[in-house]
Write a protein that binds this ligand. Structure first.
Ligand code: ADP
Ligand code: GLC
Length: 479
């Protein structure tokens, strides 16, 4: 089974969020199951330099109206073949992947990801310049959403699967984009790429892909109605027979407290007292009181409306006053950043914040916190709740998407649910979150109950293998 996996980000080369984690790990898991998977990505500077100097030129790409480009190939250290689109005017620049700076998208994102989609489609067709034709093209999110539309516009090719990682980002552009990416006007229709008078890359993918998946069973249901359908609920409900939710796995090599190089002391389920060294290191790093008994709540997140951390801001102060400590690593919306900075200033020794993106520190937060918070308004899958459970750090989270599918709630009283791994709440309100946090603090005081929860989380199987097998079955059903 030959799979072309097209994505706009992948660890270890370039990452803004969970899509990168998935794109770095799922193809490897598929290869372990015997599939021949190749990754296709834009040749950002960090990709071209980060993947070493074994690059070979595979083809010159003359795909007007796009600027001339080259298709390069190499193999990543884990053995994964990587194809990159080298096109310096589009991909070789300072700044973010999608944004010039916070809140300001690159004005040519339609061309940049139009080209990614166009090349993905080309490689899935007879006319591919590559001596390797995939049996299936696996697209991810809006950045590759136009690929199925390009295939539809040019007589087809390999079947396509589109995985929706986040419906809140849709890749919406003005109609001028059709000409900018070379799509014919006859696709500008309600059952095409048209979306309320604009062009939507994600809608194009949902409309034209052979099959659709999203990253948890609960999210697959949630997006078929308001509000989480974000305007596409009708189309998704119409395609519901072709839509499946497959829960992401995690990279169990990278996220393993027994092997993690970012921790002062490694630990596993049989040596949980060693986890305290991480707690101390985290307290020191953020200027928190070095009190081993104080319950320490951690968060690692993009700071956006989706993640609901404003709910935490709204309810945390009484808890801080009664002795809770808070450790936050995040970056994003300026108002949320300054709300957390303000909290840290008002509660020195109790609340600590590190702004920015810091992979190593995120591991320390997972290990050093006693419990972890994810009050997401929606969460297609979410990875941190799985990392947390693996690190013996029970999770306080909203019952939505992948959070609902990967956490077992502790119920009302400490110890009532034997295999509990966290504390879930339903309403996206500060009151509901506060109630769940109270339950967590209460359970933390019961050492035996707490240890059992930690071990239940650590015993969970969040490996990619099961998900990879499900994807393979799906691929086979399409080929
Ligand atoms: P999303 O993709 O919506 O941001 P996920 O939970 O799927 O949510 O994935 C987020 C990923 O990004 C996780 O690997 C998380 O650890 C990481 N992450 C988020 N914010 C930061 C940060 N400030 N520093 C380091 N890693 C971060
Ligand atoms: C998106 C979602 C997140 C999911 C990730 C990987 O970024 O917001 O919930 O875990 O994609 O699928």
């Amino acid at each position: 089974m030959k799979i072309l996996f097209a994505t706009s980000e992948a660890v270890p080369l370039v990452k803004t969020g969970g899509l990168a984690d998935v794109s770095g790990a799922l193809p490897l898991a598929l290869r372990r199951e015997g599939a021949d998977v190749r990754l296709l990505m834009p040749g950002y500077r960090s990709v071209l330099t980060g993947a070493g100097d074994g690059w070979e030129t595979v083809a010159d790409l003359a795909l007007p109206p796009f600027p001339p480009a080259r298709l390069l190939a190499t193999t990543l250290p884990g053995g994964l073949p990587l194809l990159a689109i080298e096109c310096p005017p589009l991909f070789d620049r300072e700044g973010g992947l999608y944004q010039r700076r916070a809140g300001e998208d690159w004005p040519d994102n339609d061309i940049r990801f139009g080209l990614l989609s166009r090349v993905a489609a080309l490689l899935a067709q007879e006319s591919s310049p590559l001596g390797w034709r995939p049996d299936l093209l696996h697209c991810n999110d809006w950045q590759t959403g136009l690929a199925p539309a390009f295939l539809a516009a040019s007589g087809g090719g390999a079947p396509t699967l589109l995985t929706i990682h986040n419906l809140a980002f849709q890749g919406i552009f003005q109609t001028g984009t059709l000409a900018r990416v070379g799509l014919p006007w006859d696709l500008y229709r309600v059952d095409g790429v048209e979306y309320y008078g604009n062009i939507s890359f994600l809608k194009a993918g949902i409309q034209f892909a052979t099959r659709l998946t999203t990253v948890s069973p609960t999210y697959a249901r949630e997006i078929q109605s308001e509000p989480l359908g974000f305007g596409l609920q009708g189309l998704l409900a119409w395609r519901s027979r072709d839509l499946t939710g497959i829960l992401n796995g995690i990279d169990e090599q990278t996220w393993d407290p027994a092997r993690d190089p970012h921790l002062p002391r490694r630990y596993d389920a049989t040596s949980l007292p060693r986890k305290e060294a991480s707690k101390r290191a985290l307290q020191v790093a953020l200027g928190l009181d070095a009190d081993p008994k104080a319950p320490l709540l951690g968060a690692v997140s993009r700071l956006t409306h989706q993640k609901g951390l404003d709910l935490l801001i709204a309810c945390i102060e009484p808890l801080l006053e009664s002795g809770l400590q808070l450790a936050v690593l995040g970056s994003g919306e300026p108002e949320l950043e300054s709300a957390f900075t303000g909290l840290a200033q008002r509660y020195p020794g109790r609340a600590g914040v590190r702004l920015g993106f810091d992979e190593a520190f995120s591991h320390l937060v997972e290990a050093g916190a006693d419990f972890f918070v994810m009050p997401s308004r929606f969460e297609p899958c979410g990875l941190n709740q799985m990392y947390s459970q693996r690190y013996g750090t029970p999770v306080v989270a909203r019952t939505t998407g992948g959070l609902a599918d990967s956490i077992t709630d502790a119920g009302a009283g400490p110890g009532t649910v034997p295999d509990a791994t966290g504390f879930l709440f339903r309403d996206p309100t500060p009151e509901a979150l506060a109630e769940a946090l109270d339950r967590a603090v209460g359970a933390f005081a019961h050492r035996r109950v707490w240890r059992r929860m930690q071990r239940a989380g650590m015993a969970r199987d969040f490996s990619w293998d099961a998900a990879a097998r499900t994807y393979l079955e799906l691929y086979r059903s399409l080929v």
